[in-house]
Structure formats: C-alpha cells, structure tokens
Design a protein around this ligand. Structure first.
Ligand code: AMP
Length: 249
C-alpha cells in the first residue's frame, strides 16, 4: 500500500481577529471558529492530487489535538482523505512531541511520503517537519512550492531569495509545503455525507509514550500596540517639520 501521511492541525481560522486573554496567558479560543491550518489544507490537496495521478493508494490524515479536532478531520475526509487518526489530548503539544508521535505512527503506517505544512499559523513554529526528518533519519525538503514524484524520488521546487531551488529527494521523505504549491479544493455536500462513513480512529496521547509536559513555558502573550491616530499635513515642508520634531529625521 503506497500511503501518504498528512498532518492536519486544528487552529483558529485565519479570518478570525485574534484576541488576547485578559490575563495575557494566551489567545481566546472559546467560541472562536476553528479550521484546518491553511498550509495543511495545501499538504492534503497535494496528497490527493498525487493519489489521483495513480502514484499513491491511500491518503491518511493525522491530527494531535482535543476531541473537537474530529471536525477538522471530517473536513479532511470530505476533501478526499481515505482515513484519519486523531491522537487526542487537551494539552498544548509542542513540535518535538508532535514529531515523536508522527515518528511512532510512521512505524505503524509505513508511509512513503509525509506531507506537513511549513508552519502552523497559530504558533508559527515551523519546526515539526525538520524534527520529524531527524527522528526518522530520512530526507526532508521544506517550504515546497512544487512537488513531482517519479522513479522512487520526489523533485521539489523551493522559493529562495535567489529564485527557485530545485531539489531531488529520495523516498521515503518528509516535505513541508508552502502557500503557492496549489489551491485546495472546496468540499461539496455529497463529500461531507460520504466522509461520515470513512474511518476516523481515535488514540490517546498516552498510547505513544510521548510526554505532553512542555519543554518551554509561555510567559506572556501581549496584543500588538494600538495604532495611533494619524495627522494630516498640508505639504512636504510641514511633513519634514513634524518628522524633525519627533526626532525621526
Ligand atoms: P509547526 O512546526 O508547529 O509550525 O507545524 C508545522 C506542521 O506540522 C503543521 O503545518 C502540521 O502539518 C504539522 N503539525 C504541527 N502540529 C500538529 C498537530 N497538533 N497535529 C497535526 N499536525 C501538526
């Protein structure tokens, strides 16, 4: 079975205006719309396209998160994933723990390709793919903007400062995907109905022998400073004058 494993993280929807909790301990998630991390939707879309080209047999969506993450996994199944696994925990799981859980699932599921987002938009860590590659001792390519599979290898494009870097990577491998790789498909109603019958297995974090004890502590989360009201100037001379008074020129 040629299997692709895809990471699907539940995050606050990117359209939501983030609010910091009054005690500065984090951001408000209660009553807030949650979605699949946008980069993970792109990873899933790519996995589905690879399968549709006949280059994979199964797409497995994996998430580590609270029970409600079933909603995002059902969406992943409605997009076209064949199976889903939820590793359930209410703890905030750090990238190293996520990578360790994926590493254990790899032993069980034997994927030839693991596709993750280049970052989760809630914590902006951008670490999981790299850590997984090290734990798995398999190659990685990060921030892929094009992915092509052929002859047991995957060729990827990466947008770097100098232009496009093309890398050839031996399989099995882990790739993290960038924004311009593809445009994820919309989910249609019949697909949502079909997804209800697809297998979604729930496992406990404890089954993995991975600790959810954090290695770091979030000391404080602060909202960005409020933008000050601007002033209108009538000409360049007045602008320069104001800037000088503020010590900016
Ligand atoms: P990060 O290193 O936290 O920025 O996350 C990078 C990628 O790792 C995400 O885009 C996901 O594909 C995957 N990932 C991170 N955390 C989780 C999680 N809790 N469940 C599933 N996948 C995750």
């Amino acid at each position: 079975m040629r299997r692709i494993m895809v990471g699907v993280k539940r995050v606050v929807d990117y359209n939501v205006r983030i609010r910091v909790k009054p005690d500065n301990s984090g951001v408000v998630t209660e009553g807030v719309k949650m979605s699949i991390n946008p980069f993970d939707e792109i990873a899933l879309e790519e996995a589905l396209r690879i399968k549709e080209k006949g280059l994979a047999d199964e797409v497995l969506a994996v998430s580590i998160g609270p029970a409600d993450t079933q909603q995002q996994l059902r969406t992943a199944l409605a997009m076209g994933a064949d199976r889903a696994i939820l590793v359930q925990t209410d703890a905030l799981v750090e990238p190293l723990s996520v990578a360790k859980i994926f590493r254990k699932l790899i032993d069980k599921e034997q994927p030839f390709l693991v596709l993750l987002g280049k970052q989760a938009i809630d914590d902006d860590n951008g670490q999981t793919a790299q850590m997984l590659s090290a734990l798995w001792d398999r190659p990685q390519a990060t921030s892929c903007s094009k992915v092509e599979l052929a002859d047991g290898k995957v060729t990827v494009n990466r947008e770097v400062d100098a232009g496009i870097e093309v890398l050839e990577v031996d399989l099995p491998a882990v790739l993290s995907v960038d924004l311009r790789l593809n445009e994820p498909r919309y989910v249609k109603l019949p697909d949502i109905m079909k997804a209800k019958k697809k297998p979604l297995d729930t496992m406990a974090l404890g089954d993995f022998g991975v600790s959810d004890a954090p290695a770091f502590k979030s000391v404080k989360v602060e909202p960005p400073p409020q933008r000050q009201k601007g002033i209108m100037v009538k000409d360049v001379a007045e602008l320069v004058d104001v800037l000088k008074k503020k010590g900016l020129v």
